[in-house]
Design a protein around this ligand. Structure first.
Ligand code: 0A1
Ligand code: ZN
Length: 849
């Protein structure tokens, strides 16, 4: 177990490691309870580092022997590693350690999942495999020999040789230890090949447990598309003879970009029409692309230290978002990304867990794989590209790859490349990396004598440890529309650099209607008092598809807020405008489906809180129910036609076109089932031949209430499929009425298949509980209590997943005094748990503030 008084690590304290590592040779003798790891490592003094004692990281290792240049040594071993006296010059370190992969429930280091051995080393898991300078700026060439009585033995790089019970691998590209990987098991492969643009043949494999071969084809296509895209869009080719992907059932995150051997949570790679929804397919495609793109942005160029995590993650998310926009619908992808950012990153940035895109301190780095580092990190790169333009962005990226290939780089290196490529001073822009919090931009306007003026006032509220913020560079894309709906000023990017700044537009014949922050050009909150009429006008006329959607979102939000606070009825003008849009067959069904969405209950709670109201989760839920019922009744005549448009009459394909139609169909079904008591949903459930249709029907059956039969049928059909059963567990909690959420979640924890040690299954139930706003925030505190009971239980086994899930409490200060007291009490109960992990301890302390 981890330290009781954990140390805080600071960016400002960075010091290079005192030695360089030229090559690493590892031999693994695999055994579930007693794997031997034999290491041979060449160290040489690092001329650029200050003098320091020789310290190697190591945790939960049994040291069998250690030698330096063949002579036995007795290092001083601590729970964090070992210290040893070493020669002045280069030397060969050899060690043998024993570890127990079968007992490793934290899923960090070498562990076992369904009988196979696998590894997860990012961020600091390699130190649970052997003694090593486990830091990303120590890069070396690895050779690996695996001995074990298993048919498939894999590691990074190229295969050197293999025989019965052994295999040898060599990775020619120097890499940090966090990119090391090993997999051994009874696996089957789904093979393919790819020829790079310079004519190099690459073998591709997706390795899975026997029985899952039929779920690999889609992932393989996504991989090949990604490889081609990175060549076309960024000029980046693959650089080994083989690219292996392995699907693993027990995994804390989505996937991992280990060099030449990506390891995936099986939920993020395995797909088939019968078992996966359109949403699953889209996510799998994006994650495969993401991990593949890391080969250049992350592996060839890595991070100097973990504070620079956004260097690889922000950039790689930005790249995978570009990829999705290219291979699917760009406007729909943008709307989805922004909706995700607002749902996940904004609450983080506006609450006690707020931290800069590049944090300056941490206790446990695993707690910083956040929406801020990833998604806001990607937005920051998007802004940079908007500011310098597409051509300069491409020049800067080429310079980045040329200059830093093989480096462990920093955000300073990254920005310098843009400065050198464009001659621009990015000092102020850098604040996006150092200042936490979502900037708020207040917009006012003026109109006189043909001149229209927009004034922007920016302000970022204080965040933990940062009371005062300086103005940031905000690229604000703006277009102006004439009252007749024509665009009079096409999109122009205004560069806001001051706390308050005015931009004017001359020579206009009439007062225009502004469309501001088009395409969500900056991740800010706009505070602008605009009328309902103006929003309805933008909903009808804006040429920017993002802002057209935004207009609808704001109308929906304000209508719901008025329903909650003023007992108003739904906004008729908005519903009329929306109806016109839904009838417009020229609009992509996917886009119309998104238009039918309404703000989440959690987002409404945040807005109410910001406006000085105490959000009542039941009232918010009730308002959304009323709105949906009104829509259903009002559009009763429209729905059958839309349902027909949302029907696919072709063999299933998980592409943008079909999935858009099915999304429209699902949005329609959600309304229809309020009119027919779930009849159409039951029919769809009975006839569905793909998971998208089956699950959207089941969701409505659960919502309507009489679901026992359908749930039993579904369980009967899918009991053998772990990934589908995760959906079954999750949906029952996620789609049910608030009063049933906690009892259902509680009952499911007693289900024989509630394998809570599996992160996917744990998240299916507990994640769904935390995400069901009105259910989780039951007045009696039962939601808080149930989640905490299980976090306490999981913390002993899997600190990383436990810590991540504590963020369910990050918004606790929004609510009424009673709920706050209940949540605080649960957080304190968790905090008081004996042997609380460093991961969870840090999160709880930050949330409590
Ligand atoms: N680098 C991976 C994410 C990842 C991070 C940590 C992990 O274990 C602690 C696992 C995966 C990515 O961005 O995909
Ligand atoms: Zn990543």
């Amino acid at each position: 177990m981890k330290d009781a008084a954990p140390e805080t690590i600071y960016l400002k304290d960075y010091t290079p490691f005192g030695w360089q590592v030229s090559d690493v040779h590892l031999t693994f003798r695999l055994a579930p309870k007693s794997t031997r790891v034999i290491s041979k490592i060449h160290f040489a003094p690092n001329p650029e580092a200050p003098a320091q004692e020789f310290f190697l990281h190591g945790e939960d290792l049994k040291l069998i022997r250690a030698t330096i240049d063949g002579v036995e040594v007795t290092p001083e071993v601590t729970p964090e590693g070992l210290r040893c006296a070493v020669p002045d010059g280069p030397f060969l370190w050899e060690a043998e350690v024993e570890i127990a992969p079968e007992d490793n429930t934290a899923l960090e280091g070498l562990y076992m999942s369904s009988g196979m051995y696998c590894t997860q080393c990012e961020a600091e898991g390699f130190r649970k495999i052997t003694y090593y300078p486990d830091r990303p700026d120590v890069m070396s060439v690895f050779s690996v020999r695996i001995e074990g009585d298993l048919p498939v033995l894999l590691s990074n790089g190229n295969s050197v040789d293999r025989g019965e019970g052994w295999a040898e691998w060599h990775d020619p590209w120097p890499k940090p230890a966090y990119l090391f990987a090993l997999v051994a098991g009874d696996l089957v492969n789904f093979p393919d090949r790819f020829t790079t643009r310079s004519g190099k043949e690459v073998k591709l494999n997706i390795w899975v447990r026997p029985g899952d071969e039929g779920k690999c084809a889609f992932g393989m296509e996504a991989l090949k598309t990604s490889m081609k895209w990175d060549e076309d869009a960024y000029g980046r080719e693959y650089d080994l003879d083989v690219f292996n992907i392995v699907a693993v059932d027990d995994f804390n995150m989505g996937a991992m970009e280990n060099k030449g051997l990506n390891i995936f949570n099986s939920s993020c790679v395995l797909a088939s029409p019968e078992t996966s929804t359109d949403g699953n397919f889209e996510r799998i495609e994006a994650i495969i692309a993401h991990e593949y793109f890391h080969n250049w942005t992350g592996n060839r160029i890595t991070c100097r230290d973990w504070f620079q995590l956004c260097l690889k993650e922000g950039l790689t998310v930005f790249r995978d978002q570009q990829f999705t926009a290219d291979v699917r619908s760009a406007p729909v992808a943008r709307i989805e990304n922004v909706a995700q950012l607002r749902a996940r990153q904004f609450p983080e940035d506006q609450g006690p867990l707020s931290h800069p895109v590049r944090p300056e301190s941490f206790q446990e780095i695993n707690n910083f794989y956040t929406a801020t580092v990833y998604e806001k990190g990607a937005e920051v790169i998007g802004m940079l590209k908007t500011l310098v333009g597409d051509e300069a962005y491409a020049t800067a990226l080429n310079l980045y790859f040329d200059r830093h290939d093989g480096d462990a780089a920093t955000i300073e290196d990254w920005l310098k490349v843009f400065e050198d490529a464009t001659g621009r001073d990015l000092t102020q822009f850098k604040r996006w990396y150092s200042q936490a919090g979502t900037p708020r931009v207040e917009v006012t306007e003026d109109w006189a004598d043909g001149t229209y003026a927009l004034t922007f006032k920016q302000h970022t509220p204080p965040t933990p440890g940062q009371e005062v913020k300086e103005p940031q560079v905000i690229p604000m894309a703006v277009g102006l529309l004439n009252p007749n709906g024509d665009e009079v000023v096409p999109t122009r990017v205004l560069e806001i650099t001051e706390a308050e700044q005015t931009f004017t537009f001359d020579g206009l014949a009439s007062r225009p209607v502004p469309s501001i922050n088009r395409g969500f050009s900056a991740p800010v909150v706009l505070d602008r008092a605009s009328s309902r009429e103006e929003r309805a006008f933008l909903l009808a006329h804006d040429t920017d598809p993002f802002n057209r959607w935004e207009a609808s979102r704001l109308l929906a939000r304000e209508s719901l807020i008025a329903m909650i606070c003023e007992d108003a009825g739904p906004d008729e003008a908005w519903l009329d405008g929306l109806e016109r849009l839904l009838r417009d067959r020229d609009l992509d069904p996917a886009y119309r489906a998104m238009m039918m969405g309404t703000p989440t209950e959690s987002e409404l709670a945040q807005v109410l809180f910001e406006r000085g109201h105490t959000p009542d989760p039941d009232a918010i839920h009730a308002a959304k129910e009323v709105l949906a019922q009104v829509k259903a009744e009002r559009w009763a005549d429209l729905l059958p036609g839309l349902a027909a448009e949302g029907t696919v009459d072709a063999p299933f394909a998980p592409d943008a076109e079909q999935s858009g139609k099915r999304a429209l169909g699902a949005a329609v079904l959600a309304l229809t089932s309020r009119l027919d008591g779930g009849k159409a949903a039951r029919a769809q459930f009975a006839s569905a031949d793909n998971m998208t249709l089956q699950l959207s029907a089941l969701a409505q059956i659960i919502r309507v209430g009489e679901d026992a039969e359908a749930l039993a049928a579904f369980e009967d059909q899918w009991r053998h499929d772990r990934l589908v059963m995760d959906k079954w567990f999750g949906l029952q909690v996620g789609a049910t009425a608030p009063e049933n959420v906690v009892p259902r979640a509680e009952a499911l924890t007693r289900h024989a298949d509630f394998d809570w040690k599996n992160p996917n299954r744990f998240r299916a139930v507990m994640g769904a509980l935390a995400m069901n706003h009105a259910g989780f925030h039951r007045k009696d505190g039962s939601g808080y209590r149930l989640l905490t009971d299980w976090l306490i239980k999981l913390d002993d086994l899997n600190p990383q997943t436990t810590a991540r899930m504590t963020s369910a409490f990050q918004t606790w200060k929004r609510y009424d005094a009673e709920r706050q007291a209940l949540m605080r009490a649960e957080l304190e109960r968790l905090q008081a748990k004996p042997k609380l992990s460093r991961d969870t301890g840090e999160m709880v302390a930050r949330i409590l503030g």
